[in-house]
Design a protein around this ligand. Structure first.
Ligand SMILES: Cc1ncc(COP(=O)(O)O)c(C=O)c1O
Length: 385
């Protein structure tokens, strides 16, 4: 068979998939391996999609999003961030991942690099790598009070082939959050060095000490070299619907339309109608989801944080715990053992970039009963490690 590109053949097997394949769909296994709440998409959002489909919204639509959703995004940004965005800065995408893909497509040539705050969700670094770029990881430091970013390390990692700094805050998998003071320093640095910022803010609503996570949009000027990635997946429990949006400089609007055309011609038509309704009427549901995650976080933190082999500060945001386990050297084997022998599914730390072999990631956007049982099973697994 003729070869495929080296960047593709070099791609590692997805380690979360390697674990989940063992027992995906098995009702006896408690699934904490993927990043999604166990709640169904609420009825009012499902209803909006059905109504849109019945009303005939089943055809090609504007590649950058239907007017109703574009307007809902502008209104949402005004309500939650106090910002009036220029409409030309918005492109609706068929997921947060597609927004990351489109941003990366505009920046990364063979041999370029993207400096990324790590641990980091694997699809983000695979995206740079499949374009022939290098993903450079700058690891957060794990301290007793939580994860900390050393900005000197971040800036020192940038060189003449760096195109962008990628920051996912709130972070998957650590629950770390970047404060506005650090965001300002990153913005100043990137302005001085002519670098882009890709700010992945898909977890901006899942935050436990304030209503919304700090956004780069609040400090940047409209023409700054900034992409901000958003998604309907997490706060509105719409992971399977595939809808998100990208905020970008207005002058890239036409290019985003062209890129959307060659990726997938935008998000599904009736999904976009439902997303507009979710953004407009979803506040009660979002608040309920965040409170549920807060309870989940507390259960996981109390149980695992108190374990004598585990280091885990309470995550500030998102819905993941990323505990470090003393003596764990083969996280992949242990994650597989937890599935096979203890019927609980977690993600191996090494999926999230180098240096994470002693960690596991678990998603706590689940019911209290499920989480308590999952903690029993993980503790039993640790006893046998
Ligand atoms: C940090 C981060 N960014 C982006 C995404 C993409 O979300 P989606 O493609 O479902 O919109 C995820 C999903 O897990 C994520 O964790």
């Amino acid at each position: 068979m003729p070869t495929v590109r080296k960047a593709i053949s070099d791609m590692q097997t997805q380690r979360i998939g390697e674990v989940s394949r063992i027992a995906i769909g098995d009702p006896d296994v408690i699934p904490l391996w993927f990043g999604e709440p166990d709640l169904d998409t609420p009825e009012f959002i499902r209803r909006a999609a059905i109504d849109a489909m019945q009303a005939g919204h089943t055809r090609y639509v504007n590649k950058r999003g239907i007017p109703e959703l574009r307007q809902a995004i502008l209104d949402y940004t005004r309500t939650h961030f106090g910002l009036d965005l220029e409409p030309e800065r918005i492109t609706v995408t068929a997921s947060g991942m597609t927004a990351i893909l489109m941003a990366t497509e505009t920046l990364v040539d063979n041999g370029d690099n993207v400096v990324m705050v790590a641990p980091i969700w694997p699809n983000i670094f695979y995206c740079t790598q499949t374009m022939g770029g290098e993903s450079r990881y700058v690891r957060l430091d794990s301290t007793e009070t939580g994860w900390q970013l050393d900005l000197d390390k971040l800036f020192d990692a940038c060189d003449e082939r760096t195109k962008a700094i990628f920051i996912a805050s709130p972070s998957n998998p650590t629950g770390w959050l970047m404060e506005p003071e650090q965001q300002q320093e990153v913005l100043d640095f990137c302005r001085k060095r002519g670098l882009w910022i890709i700010a992945d803010e898909v977890y901006h609503r899942i935050v436990y000490d304030r209503p919304v996570a700090p956004s780069f949009l609040s400090i940047a000027e409209p023409d700054d070299a900034l992409y901000v990635v958003h998604s309907m997946s997490k706060a509105w429990c719409m992971t399977g619907w595939r809808c998100g949006w990208l905020v970008h400089p207005a002058e890239l609007g036409d290019k985003m339309g062209d890129l959307s055309g060659i990726n997938n011609t935008g998000a599904t038509s009736f999904v976009q109608h439902a997303a507009a309704v979710a953004l407009r009427d979803g506040e009660e549901f979002v608040a309920h989801g965040v409170e549920r995650c807060r309870r989940g976080r507390d259960i996981v933190h109390q149980r695992l944080g108190g374990h004598d082999r585990i280091t885990l500060a309470a995550p500030k945001a998102a819905f993941y715990a990323f505990p470090e386990i003393a003596g764990l050297t083969d996280d992949l084997a242990f994650a597989k053992q937890l599935v096979r022998e203890h019927r609980v599914g977690v993600a191996p730390g090494s999926a999230f970039g180098p240096g994470n072999e002693g960690f596991l990631r678990l998603c706590f956007a689940k019911s209290e009963a499920q989480l308590s049982q999952a903690m029993d099973r993980i503790e039993a697994g640790l006893d046998r490690l």
